[in-house]
Design a protein around this ligand. Structure first.
Ligand SMILES: [Zn+2]
Ligand SMILES: [Zn+2]
Length: 117
């Protein structure tokens, strides 16, 4: 990746990171925040598109991150901080839809890894 500040991938990563940072703060402070409020938080169309697709919910109880780092974002395997802040609904062939708890850095890394390049 170049150091070009106008790279859309970097812009997305920065905005997505800011969004998940707010959510982890919320998760520490209150149980009253809904994923609806989360969606309204961002006006960035790229991020809104990800949130729609992921069908996220905010995690308020203590859960561990279950991100399969080496498969989901092989470029950034060491970033996981283990403390889940959101869950992302994913479809599996065996169990149907399941909720995958994700920590903030993993959510950012997955979002970036899934952007069309
Ligand atoms: Zn991860
Ligand atoms: Zn993680």
């Amino acid at each position: 990746m170049s150091s070009d500040g106008n790279n859309p991938l970097r812009q997305f990563a920065a905005a997505w990171e800011a969004t998940t940072a707010v959510v982890s703060e919320w998760a520490e402070q209150t149980a009253a925040v809904t994923s609806e409020a989360f969606r309204k938080l961002t006006t960035d169309p790229a991020i809104r598109a990800v949130l729609e697709k992921w069908r996220i919910t905010v995690v308020f109880t203590r859960r561990d991150c279950e991100c399969p780092c080496s498969r989901s974002h092989p470029d950034d395997v060491g970033i996981c901080d283990k403390r889940a802040v959101i869950t992302r609904r994913v479809s599996t062939s065996l169990d149907g839809d399941v909720e995958m708890p994700l920590c903030a850095p993993c959510a950012v890394a997955q979002g970036v890894a899934e952007l069309p390049r």
